[in-house]
Design a protein around this ligand. Structure first.
Ligand code: 8X3
Length: 340
């Protein structure tokens, strides 16, 4: 059962509020095994490449790097660069790359927007989803190095293969997931519940467990989980999705406790109404029913959530935005909304 959102995104040139940067890729990336890589927005060209591919930094890019670091909250590094340009400046690798960010469910919606946002602000990105063709479209909108891998977070073998192909990981965005239906418990479809549990919760578990050592080894790991307001507010017809998102919430709370003392942050983002293909999928392709969810109000966009994630992962290493509820102005709770 396919519950990934199927939205087409056109984020070229980026509308990102806090992340609006047109920078050339300026980092080295070891891609581990043959994959598709895009080595720069300027070419828009894809090719299958060998391992250990390096994208060279242009020597004149330091001013851009400094601006980027300052802009993304890493001002302490920019200041250090100014005072002592020869000093090693970052625990995340060479300046110009903020490290490697892995994004699941990146073929559309919040995942795609987040991959593009993180690439825009200077991360090397590894993007995974089942639909590789759509991932390639997303990759074309990433200005920096990007590795594309097929990934089914419900499949142990797929996750193991994905994880094995990633040489290093500083940031993991657990985004894959979604909702299926609004059936009441009395008539609940067990298969839909199993799929929601498997994608949202177990997918997060598989990927996080698989990458935890690499996140620790990075010296500044960050696990971000795209949860939902549905994980903390429950509603009629929502039990299956509520349970899966509430489980993700507990996962984050426990992981934070179990990794305290390690160089790892755990952040959960809980969006309210975000207009993507989320509701179309939930309502099994019924566009009218999906449109009604957002009718009369201004919902969040995928880009709004991506913008928040970009902010969260660019705070200084000692700062952890642990749990963030992100709502449109027109929404106060799941049920309380203003519609014109
Ligand atoms: C989606 C939020 O309220 O539609 O994550 O369940 S809601």
């Amino acid at each position: 059962m396919d519950i990934e959102p199927i939205e087409e995104l056109d984020l070229g040139g980026s509308q990102l509020g806090a992340c609006r940067f047109d920078v050339e890729p300026s980092c080295s990336v070891d891609l581990g095994e043959p994959i598709q890589q895009q080595s720069g927005a300027s070419t828009g060209h894809f090719s299958t490449i060998d391992s250990h591919t390096t994208v060279a930094r242009a020597p004149d890019q330091t001013p851009v790097d400094q601006m980027l670091l300052a802009f993304t909250g890493r001002a302490w590094e920019a200041e250090e660069m100014t005072q002592n340009p020869a000093a090693p400046t970052t625990p995340l690798g060479s300046v110009g790359s903020l490290g490697t960010a892995v994004v699941s469910g990146a073929s559309s919606g919040i995942g795609a927007a987040t991959a593009i946002a993180l690439s825009t602000i200077g991360f090397d990105v590894v993007i995974g989803a089942r639909r590789v063709e759509r991932l390639s479209e997303v990759a074309k909108q990433c200005p920096g190095p990007v590795a594309v891998h097929q990934l089914d977070v419900t499949d142990d073998g797929s996750v193991n293969h994905f994880v094995a192909s990633i040489p290093e990981c500083h940031v993991l965005i657990n985004n894959a997931g979604g909702a299926l239906g609004v059936d009441p418990i009395a008539t609940a479809d067990i298969a839909k519940w199993q799929t929601m549990y498997d994608t949202n919760l177990l997918g997060t578990l598989r990927l996080t467990k698989g990458l935890l050592d690499k996140l620790t080894d990075s010296g500044n790991g960050h696990v971000v989980v795209v949860g939902s307001i549905a994980g903390i507010e429950f509603y009629r017809g929502g039990a299956g999705y509520n349970a899966a998102k509430a489980a993700q919430h507990s996962f984050c709370e426990v992981l934070r406790q179990e990794t305290v003392g390690l160089p790892i942050r755990v952040s959960e983002v809980q969006p309210g109404l975000v207009e993507t293909e989320f509701s179309v999928v939930r309502f099994d392709g019924d566009q009218d029913r999906a449109d009604a969810v957002y009718e009369g109000l201004t919902p969040l966009s995928a880009l709004d959530v991506a913008d928040l994630i970009a902010f969260i992962v660019t705070r200084p290493p000692h700062v952890n935005l642990a749990t963030t509820l992100l709502l449109p102005r027109d929404q106060a709770t799941v049920a309380v909304t203003h519609r014109s």
